[in-house]
Design a protein around this ligand. Structure first.
Ligand SMILES: Cc1cc2nc3c(=O)[nH]c(=O)nc-3n(C[C@H](O)[C@H](O)[C@H](O)COP(=O)(O)OP(=O)(O)OC[C@H]3O[C@@H](n4cnc5c(N)ncnc54)[C@H](O)[C@@H]3O)c2cc1C
Length: 376
């Protein structure tokens, strides 16, 4: 079935929100970012409307791997080298705080399981050691795992465990966040595709479309590369094999086991990097074949696949998101480009963007200044 397992639970957009013609803030995109923004802004008393072209969480927020990890697309040692030690530490601290916030808001859609980063070969073992040392030096919780369980031994050569991380049912989480935004007074309009920012009837506009580059700002679209990810889900396995999200080969292989025992596995984009840089939300036989073989090897036998789908995320040149005012358009704000790590960052950046609009910009936003990559 080429639709997301996460989105298969029934849900209806909550009603009761005001239907104001003109709003203070219009949000384009009903994923984690748009809903997080709307929740904070409506909570502060602003009139807010979310326009979602499909359904709430219908984009990457309901189609992802369900990993809720601290940090961003870079590993900690690489972030320290790229951003400098202070900014890297501040970014990790920010995302650890937002993992707590996620736990508070998501209820049982979030499980605090930790996550396991695995090394597939000797060079990756050295990379894990570099991340482990860097995290330890800066006082972050991390554990080396010398013993790998039966399912991993032989296939992987080392592992580090990140205790603060967790596993999400991402669509359930974002629907809950949307319901909170509606309770706070935000309007949620599904099946509402925006073709031009001028049609919005709002004093301020937020673009929260991540990889679904919306055509609303050519300068923004030029700074974000739509990137496709594909996923397969098995029928429930007989036993629990993977207690937390696992990832290897720099995140090109990732998998987790759901509460009901299904294996959710994604990645292998590196088998066709050029063709996977696309906004076309379709599965391909090549990547699906690789995913099926990968899962069969992990489990020791070919499983029954019940769901398969594709989703699009937005990648930036430096793999950090673009969060703040759109250069050249004072009334337009953006939060996009999480480069494949938007579950925690999307919540963090959505809330920080809302706070900036309310006149309280957090210091961390300087790291994500859109002006570094978007020209006016
Ligand atoms: C296969 C896959 C696996 C991933 N795995 C993980 C993971 O395990 N952990 C992690 O942290 N991140 C992961 N990510 C990334 C993460 O899912 C995204 O970064 C995050 O969901 C982005 O949320 P968002 O709200 O910014 O954007 P989205 O959730 O993509 O929402 C944007 C919405 O905007 C709507 N839209 C676009 N244009 C318009 C328009 N003109 N008018 C109205 N609406 C519009 C779209 O329909 C879409 O619903 C993954 C992504 C994919 C695709």
């Amino acid at each position: 079935m080429t639709s997301s397992y996460w989105l298969s639970e029934p849900w209806a957009v909550p009603d009761g929100a005001r239907d104001d013609e003109r709003v203070d803030v219009a949000v384009v995109g009903g994923g984690v970012t748009g809903c997080a923004c709307a929740h904070v802004l409506a909570g502060a008393g602003l009139r807010v409307r979310v326009h979602e072209a499909r359904e709430i969480a219908g984009g990457a927020s309901g189609r992802n791997g369900g990993f809720a990890l601290r940090g961003g697309a870079l590993t900690y040692d690489v972030a320290r080298a790229q951003l400098g030690p202070e900014r890297a530490r501040a970014l990790w601290q920010l995302t650890e705080r937002y993992l707590e916030r996620l736990a508070e808001l998501a209820g049982d859609a979030f499980r605090r399981t930790g996550s396991l980063r695995l090394a597939a070969d000797a060079p990756e073992v050295a990379e894990l050691e570099a991340e482990y040392e860097a995290l330890r030096e800066d006082g972050f919780a991390v554990e080396q795992r010398a013993e790998l369980g039966e399912a991993l031994a032989g296939r992987f050569q080392g592992a580090i465990f990140h205790p603060p991380d967790g596993a999400l049912q991402p669509a359930q989480w974002v629907r809950r966040l949307a319901a909170r935004a509606a309770e706070a007074g935000a309007q949620l309009r599904e099946d509402s595709r925006i073709e031009s920012l001028d049609e919005l009837g709002a004093d301020r506009v937020i673009i929260a479309t991540d990889g679904y580059t919306s055509g609303l700002s050519p300068a923004l679209d030029a700074a974000v590369t739509p990137t496709r990810g594909q996923i397969v889900v098995t029928e429930p396995l007989e036993r629990g094999v993977f207690p937390c999200p696992h990832y290897a080969r720099h995140g090109y292989d990732y998998w987790q086991q759901t509460r009901d025992g299904r294996l959710v596995a994604g990645g292998l984009r590196d088998k066709a990097l050029e063709t996977e840089n696309t906004a076309e939300e379709t599965t391909t036989p090549l990547i699906q074949g690789h995913l099926e073989r990968f899962v069969a090897e992990l489990l020791g036998k070919p499983p029954v696949i019940t769901h398969r789908w594709a989703g699009i995320f937005g990648t930036t040149e430096d793999r950090l998101p673009l969060v703040g005012r759109l250069p050249g358009r004072d009334e337009v704000w953006i939060s996009v480009g999480y480069s494949g790590h938007g579950n925690v960052m999307g919540l963090a950046c959505g809330e920080l963007l809302a706070q900036a609009i309310l006149g309280e910009p957090a210091a961390e936003l300087e790291l994500f200044d859109p002006a570094r990559l978007v020209t006016a």
